[in-house]
Design a protein around this ligand. Structure first.
Ligand code: ZN
Length: 175
């Protein structure tokens, strides 16, 4: 949590390098009507965001901080709301938006799979994956039992609740 979200986080670097190696030419943080996506293909209008698991509510890796609970809850709410707004705004302007979790970029074979998805987006206009759940709110009791409320990124009316004990397991990294 001490890590500040920077413009060039490592998983993002890894993806850029792999895209470049695959012959896919992108622009970095190019301006669009809905902000500056991490990776932009202006011609085919494809925008790729690399989202940190903590900041953007990854269902597998979001960890609820125990201190300053109100602050962090609001932070998560605001971030996920912005992700949704940004995504829908771009899509309504005929952009194809891909949002990739950082945890999908730790292993090389996962990076390769994302590169394949980006290529399909750029060449064929196919978006994948189709659906994406995000954690928008977490309720907890004194024993760290959590009710994790999740919504589909593109559908505010969707909802599911996942019950589990607070986990802080670190993601596996290759470096
Ligand atoms: Zn994750």
């Amino acid at each position: 949590m001490s890590r500040i979200r920077g413009k060039d986080t490592k998983p993002e670097h890894r993806l850029r390098r792999a895209l470049w190696a695959a012959g896919l030419r992108y622009r970095k943080h190019a301006r669009t009507r809905a902000g500056r996506p991490d990776i932009v293909f202006p011609g085919p209008r494809v925008a790729v965001f690399v989202d940190g698991c903590f900041w953007h509510g990854c269902p597998d890796h979001y960890v609820r901080p125990r201190t300053r609970a109100g602050f962090w809850a609001e932070k998560l709410r605001a971030n996920t709301a912005r992700d949704r707004r940004q995504t829908l705004e771009l899509e309504s302007a005929d952009w194809l938006v891909m949002r990739v979790w950082e945890c999908e970029l730790h292993e090389q074979h996962d990076v390769d799979a994302v590169v394949t998805d980006v290529r399909r987006a750029v060449r064929d206009g196919v978006r994948s994956p189709a659906a994406r759940w995000v954690v928008v709110r977490v309720e907890s009791d004194a024993n760290d039992h959590e009710a994790r409320h999740e919504e589909l990124l593109r559908d505010p009316s969707s909802h599911r609740c996942v019950h589990r004990v607070r986990q802080t397991r670190k993601r596996k990294r290759q470096d």
